[in-house]
Design a protein around this ligand. Structure first.
Ligand SMILES: [Zn+2]
Length: 384
């Protein structure tokens, strides 16, 4: 199942790519496709509304959450640019039609425009598989980077889609009192923190999803994405103010990379990215494109060690793809892995860890090799 992401602002395309990175690295049927396109709305579609704080934090439903706390004194009113649900759904539907996206695939609009029911996200109840996610104002409800919360929302869409197709039974299915489940209504939007931190699907909802013939692999992919999101959000909270170089340690049969001084955080490279990164760690002096292609053999051995492909043929093919200079594969992979490092470390710290160099010139990782442990594991693999 593909989920196509479109945006109402070109500025949100990198955000879409970050969400795709988070979801696509989890095994399962959902694949995110980001479209470089801007969906425009007429001024007549946008209404300016002024909301006070309790309106601002409320997703519209029948439950009246009259909860006030000290925070509410800090806010007088929010000016929101609001678009009706039907307008947002129509935009996604039109794009789906225009691009000939298959019926069972999803098309989701990422938009910084708010919606008339003030929901974080919604799918059309008809089962047309179109929906939207509101991308702004999250800073009021969560700690940490926006892309993780949005990845949670996007990965929830197939489930939300089924629930919304139940018509008004939707209101009975969702948990109006939050329990830390994907189906929490979060009428008080601040409750979204609970489900992001529990990263769970309750037994009742799990059984219901299975009754609806939602596949085990989809549920597993969702849980794996949620778990990843949970870790990142906690991590951000704990390490917001530190800005020092962490030792990188290579560990285990799969030569995984960990940031030892950052809560032992694993760098989630896919096998190709990891092989490229390890090769560059082996060569502090850097590699230009010709030298890189001459290392085909080393790359192949590393790749074979860390991948689960049993077919030699697949490995040969994957490596040939990487070292072929005619296409852009290697530079695309390099920017993907660099983006992952930036996501984890932030722009400034990441610059020490990235594979970088002048255009067409020699690329290297600047990190002092005294901050790298376990490189002998890679040497062992190459000499065995
Ligand atoms: Zn539940």
């Amino acid at each position: 199942m593909r989920i196509h992401l479109i945006t109402s602002s070109m500025d949100d395309i990198p955000l879409g790519c970050q969400i795709a990175d988070i979801i696509n690295q989890a095994d399962g049927p959902v694949e995110i496709v980001v479209h470089e396109t801007e969906i425009e709305f007429n001024d007549s579609d946008i209404e300016i509304q002024r909301l006070d704080y309790d309106e601002f934090i409320k997703q519209d439903d029948e439950v009246d959450f009259a909860s006030f706390d000290d925070l509410s004194n800090e806010f007088s009113s929010y000016e929101m640019r609001v678009v009706e649900w039907s307008t947002l759904f129509n935009a996604a539907q039109q794009f789906k039609k225009k691009e000939d996206i298959s019926d069972e695939d999803f098309c989701v609009l990422l938009t910084d425009l708010a919606n008339d029911k003030n929901w974080f996200s919604a799918m059309h109840p008809s089962g047309n598989n179109v929906g939207f996610v509101h991308t702004s104002d999250w800073g009021h409800f969560i700690d940490g980077d926006l892309q993780f919360a949005l990845a949670y929302e996007i990965m929830s869409m197939p489930f939300q889609n089924k629930m919304m197709q139940q018509g008004n039974a939707f209101h009975d299915i969702v948990h109006s009192t939050p329990i830390g489940c994907i189906s929490d209504m979060c009428a008080d939007k601040r409750d979204v923190q609970l489900k992001l931190r529990t990263a769970d699907i309750c037994d009742e909802c799990y059984e219901r999803f299975r009754t609806w013939n939602m596949s085990e692999s989809l549920i597993e992919q969702a849980l794996s994405v949620f778990e990843n999101v949970r870790k990142q959000l906690l991590f951000k909270r704990r390490f917001r103010n530190t800005n020092r170089i962490s030792t990188v340690e290579i560990r285990g049969r799969l030569l995984d990379l960990y940031l030892v001084d950052m809560n032992d955080r694993k760098i989630e490279f896919n096998p190709q990215e990891k092989a490229i990164y390890l090769l560059h760690l082996l060569h502090p002096e850097g590699l230009d494109s010709v030298e890189f292609s001459e290392k085909e053999n080393e790359l192949k051995v590393i790749y074979r060690t860390i991948t689960s492909f049993s077919e030699t043929h697949d490995i040969e093919h994957a490596i040939r793809q990487l070292v072929r200079l005619a296409d852009n594969t290697i530079s695309v992979k390099r920017s993907q892995l660099n983006r992952k490092l930036t996501n984890i470390l932030g722009e400034e710290l990441a610059s020490h860890y990235k594979v970088k160099g002048p255009r067409g010139g020699r690329k290297n990782i600047e990190l002092n090799r005294s901050s790298v442990r376990g490189i002998e594991l890679v040497h062992n693999v190459l000499s065995s």
